[in-house]
Design a protein around this ligand. Sequence first.
Ligand SMILES: Cc1ncc(COP(=O)(O)O)c(C=O)c1O
Length: 398
Amino acid sequence: MEFATKTIHAGQPSDAATGALMAPIHQTSTFEQQAPGVHKGFDYTRTNNPTRQRLESVLAALEGVEHAAVFASGLAAEHALLLAYLKPGDEIVTPIDVYGGTYRLLTTVFEPLGCTVVRVDVSDLTAVERALSPRTRLVWIESPTNPRLLVCDIEAIARLAHAAGARLVVDNTFATPCFQQPFALGADLVVHSVTKYLAGHSDLIQGAVLAKDAATLQPVRFLQNAAGGVPSPFDCWLTLRGVKTLELRMERHARNAAAVAAALDGHPLARRVYFPGLPSHPGHAIAARQMTGFGGMVSFELEGSVDEAVAFVSSLEYFALGESLGGVRSLVCLPARMTHASIPADVRAALGLSDTLVRLSPGCESTKDLVADVLGGLGRLRSSSFGEPRHRALGAGR
Ligand SMILES: Cc1ncc(COP(=O)(O)O)c(C=O)c1O
């Protein structure tokens, strides 16, 4: 079955009881039992729910495996995975610019428990090899990364991790299974912020852990019930609805991102443009090999002051200023003040995450309007004809 067909058919037969083409929402906490312990496979929604189960089989099919566990947020999914696999004394290797929320979870929850986080430039395979030790339990990568869209060689890192006896986890939020299939490249586990492209409409928070086999998912599945970070059946249904257009949306996101990146590339107010589809991007060759599309995100360093960057992100018409990405409506953010504000300033500087780095998540609006919006914002900046920023105070990070 081809990818777009899977988004609509995999694990989604018509409802057996009524023939309803679209699955019902099993909005219930509890299921009636015929006798104590005798039931139709469901007893309590924290443990299992038909709507959630349906979503788990769709997400698993899209990543080319059979096993998925869905959680109430991407970070709840990450937390369950880390708790399942890390114990005191273990080490985890992560990219230097790992997503800020993952960084916070690791440094404020898992390091105090006695785990060691080893941060490395994952585009340098020699550095990855050097970072591995007999205590390395997990290697955790994102590709492309948030927010600089750096790309790493998943297949080569899988080989290094496995040779060291570690498991490879890939956060596939940015690429989505539409553009990148980490299991085929050697990943043992995949995590998602479903909140983003998979759900796709900026109307829910959700996460997922997927594994290459049942045994690898089992400790995560246990924590899904034992710790209980599960999503509501209604949110699962919304994702089931959203994911049906994943390929259509990703094609439009990617086209819009490529057009915005091309418009920014060489612009005097864009010091550096990050988009894996640009031949000048250091990871372009790897991205062209391991992805079937370059993704829907573009970041760039604005040539100017932080105040000017704040003015720019606050002034756009179609790009709403906000946290998150991957929805049909375009979003813009200033990571240093928003999504990545929980990373200390000196660490951000060491990561090359400048205070004027702007992250754009082009939505599914028309390409022409989005390009004109970004260029118009830069044009106003150049002519210093900005009015008051619409959003004066940017948040302190999630
Ligand atoms: C790459 C990546 N992973 C994980 C997360 C966390 O997901 P959530 O916000 O759904 O908890 C995010 C959120 O922005 C993200 O960008």
